[in-house]
Design a binder for this molecule. Structure first.
Ligand SMILES: [Zn+2]
Length: 154
């Protein structure tokens, strides 16, 4: 390997997800249209460093929903390495979230249920599994976000 190749391999660019800050804020989330999918926090794309190699950017879309800090480090690595299983899990996750949002849309706009009723609908089969009130409240807030987003004509 010659000097030039080495130089290019070391060259890192500002992370396109967090714009080099190392943290994703609401502004980044809005820019990438992930309001219903992410919360602010450490950037999973650059792992909080603010820099990525150009190879990362060509390997994985910056707005990949699945790649968040909730992923275990091994799974993050598999995803960035283009592992088929990890990519499949990422696609499945994306579909699951999309379906969930569609269900909420349907229950509210077609079924006429409010956020509290929709949350009950999801909590019903698990009422004995001891899910906390906090979790239910979080779900209600999420449902309200989905509804508001739809009203804005997303
Ligand atoms: Zn970043």
């Amino acid at each position: 390997m010659n000097f030039i190749t080495k130089l290019f391999q070391k060259q890192k660019i500002d992370c396109p997800r967090c714009l080099g800050k190392g943290n994703v804020d609401w502004e980044d989330i809005r820019r990438l249209r992930k309001e219903l999918r992410w919360a602010p926090g450490q950037c999973a794309y650059c792992n909080g460093t603010g820099k990525v190699s150009p190879g990362t950017v060509s390997a994985l879309n910056v707005d990949n929903t699945y790649l968040t800090v909730d992923l275990p480090p091994e799974e993050r690595k598999r995803l960035l390495d283009g592992d088929k299983g990890a990519i499949q899990r990422a696609n499945q996750y994306e579909t699951q979230v999309d379906d969930f949002i569609k269900q909420i849309d349907y229950l509210h706009f077609v079924g006429g249920l409010d956020s509290g009723k929709i949350a009950e609908f999801y909590f019903l089969p698990e009422s004995e599994s001891g899910k906390s009130q906090t979790e239910k409240q979080e779900l209600i807030e999420y449902i309200e976000k989905v509804i508001v987003n739809r009203n804005k004509g997303r």
